[in-house]
Design a protein around this ligand. Structure first.
Ligand SMILES: CC(C)(COP(=O)(O)OP(=O)(O)OC[C@H]1O[C@@H](n2cnc3c(N)ncnc32)[C@H](O)[C@@H]1OP(=O)(O)O)[C@@H](O)C(=O)NCCC(=O)NCCS
Length: 244
């Protein structure tokens, strides 16, 4: 879980500013890591945050991705600037990561570390339609997309992504680098380890523990603790294989 850099989400609407010029001073230049679907969804969330603020909060500078075939391409008008290593060429920018899929989720921490960008320069992006309790705590680099709910006293570590329509219920703990796919429903008091992947529409019974590096398959109904580095599927969820 996150250390001293864990930051409380503050609704921007509460900032006291008196003019558009004053808002202009808050504009941050942001770069998105990756170009996959989640990355474009993050861009979309940034557009919505800008739209809902008195003046733009972010200027989206571009994407970084290690696939050379994406270089120079544009997604929603925003260019791919080069590989992840280019991050150090943008010292004035903040970052957010969208990389992390069922195929590579356990490598997310090392992918982010490769950029050399410290957590303090990662933004926490919350789509305006998401509901984040004032009593929840989100670490640096977290992303919460459309209509997701983060309930009271939930704690999300660093670089956790919560995809649309998911529910992280009260008192849950979600470890660093974990991905929660669309429609997942995590009941109260669940403890999810670091670098996990919860598949779309999976459901976790209250107060269970999911070990580090585990994947919960699409639609799985988890009724027992899951050990680390384990893939489980079905209803009730059963072990399919190891993560690696
Ligand atoms: C669990 C998962 C990783 C398994 O992938 P895999 O290792 O390639 O497994 P396979 O597709 O070879 O399937 C192996 C067996 O598990 C079963 N299986 C796979 N995924 C399953 C699932 N989600 N629920 C139930 N059974 C599943 C298959 O039917 C197959 O059974 P069989 O051997 O009796 O034929 C994958 O199916 C999955 O659910 N990924 C998550 C996807 C997701 O949520 N994406 C969200 C994107 S936003």
């Amino acid at each position: 879980m996150g250390g001293p850099e864990v930051a409380k989400v503050t609704p921007w609407g509460r900032a006291r500013v008196s003019s558009n010029e004053e808002w202009g001073r808050f504009v941050k230049r942001i770069i998105i890591l990756g170009v996959g679907g989640n990355c474009v969804d993050i861009l979309d969330a940034i557009f919505e945050i800008n739209e809902g603020s008195p003046a733009p909060r972010y200027e989206c500078v571009g994407f970084l991705d290690d696939d050379p075939q994406t270089l120079g391409r544009k997604f929603a008008g925003v260019p791919v600037l080069g590989s992840l290593l280019k991050a150090n060429e943008y010292p004035d920018c903040v970052f957010v990561n969208g990389i992390g899929s069922p195929e590579n989720f356990w490598k997310k921490s090392e992918i982010i570390a490769r950029t050399g960008v410290p957590d303090a320069r990662f933004e926490t992006i919350v789509h305006p339609t998401a509901s984040v309790s004032r009593l929840a705590v989100l670490g640096p680099g977290c992303v919460v997309l459309q209509n997701a709910t983060i309930a009271s006293c939930a704690r999300l570590g660093r670089h956790v992504i919560v995809l649309p329509n998911s529910i992280v219920s009260h008192d849950c703990t979600v470890g660093d680098f974990t991905c929660i796919a669309g429609g997942a429903s995590i009941s109260g008091g669940v403890v999810i380890g670091a670098s996990c992947y919860l598949g779309a529409n999976s459901a976790i019974k209250g107060n269970l523990r999911i070990g580090d590096g585990s994947l919960i398959g699409m639609g799985a109904v988890v009724l027992r603790d899951v050990s680390e580095n384990t893939v489980v599927v079905g209803n009730p969820a059963r072990r399919l294989r190891s993560t690696r």
